[in-house]
Design a protein around this ligand. Structure first.
Ligand SMILES: Nc1ncnc2c1ncn2[C@@H]1O[C@H](COP(=O)(O)OP(=O)(O)O)[C@@H](O)[C@H]1O
Ligand SMILES: [Mg+2]
Length: 183
């Protein structure tokens, strides 16, 4: 697969021909140790598959039960006790009151360890920290999605590597995770 390097961002594009490909991507992402402390932005129009990807990802991480769309709550928190991992799924579509950032504890969430996933991050520009990975989805047809991946940090790069890896190849030892080589 070709990886274009445009320093300091690493950009890559994929095509998911169907929802199974989306699910496979989610599973590969879930296998990345760097996901334990990462911020991933999901961009794309309504219906492009942002929530669907989050659902597959949470499933792949072992979450039992239903994954709600957080549209009305802005954030849906999950605690994956087996993995000792906290996940926050944001949907900023209805985010408009800057006071909510403090009052609802969003600042604290972004300062905490865990996985933060955000739909409609453009509605909270100025509040959100720099994302490690941006996933941009575009519906090409009923079932296929054009996907743009942009790694903006070492953590993002580790995630990109996890989803680029040949699924039949053994996973890299955690010590080789580039995110860990950061000073
Ligand atoms: N390859 C695909 N990846 C993700 N979703 C897909 C795909 N093909 C079809 N879909 C469907 O597209 C819809 C995406 O909706 P949703 O995930 O709620 O979008 P968003 O959160 O971006 O508004 C779902 O009904 C999903 O089943
Ligand atoms: Mg959604």
């Amino acid at each position: 697969m070709r990886i274009e390097v445009s320093h300091p961002l690493i950009v890559k594009s994929l095509l998911w021909p169907d929802e199974t490909a989306t699910q496979r991507f989610a599973a590969a992402l879930a296998s990345a140790p760097a996901l334990r402390n990462a911020f991933v932005e999901l961009q794309g129009e309504l219906g492009s598959g942002k929530t669907t990807l989050v659902r597959y990802l949470l499933r792949a991480l072992g979450l039992p039960g239903r994954v709600k769309s957080p549209t009305y709550a802005v954030v849906e928190p999950y605690e994956l006790t087996d993995l000792q991992l906290n996940v926050w799924h944001f949907d900023f579509y209805r985010f408009s009151d800057p006071r909510e950032w403090e009052d609802a504890g969003f600042r604290d969430i972004f300062a905490s360890k865990g996985l933060k996933l955000a739909e409609w991050p453009q509605k909270a520009v100025g509040f959100l920290p720099r994302a490690d990975l941006i996933i941009e989805l575009e519906a090409v047809s009923e079932a296929s999605r054009q996907v743009g991946l942009t790694a903006q940090t070492a953590v993002g790069l580790a995630l990109l590597q996890a989803v680029s890896r040949d699924p039949s190849a053994p996973a890299l030892p955690v010590s080789q995770d580039p995110a860990e080589q950061q000073p």
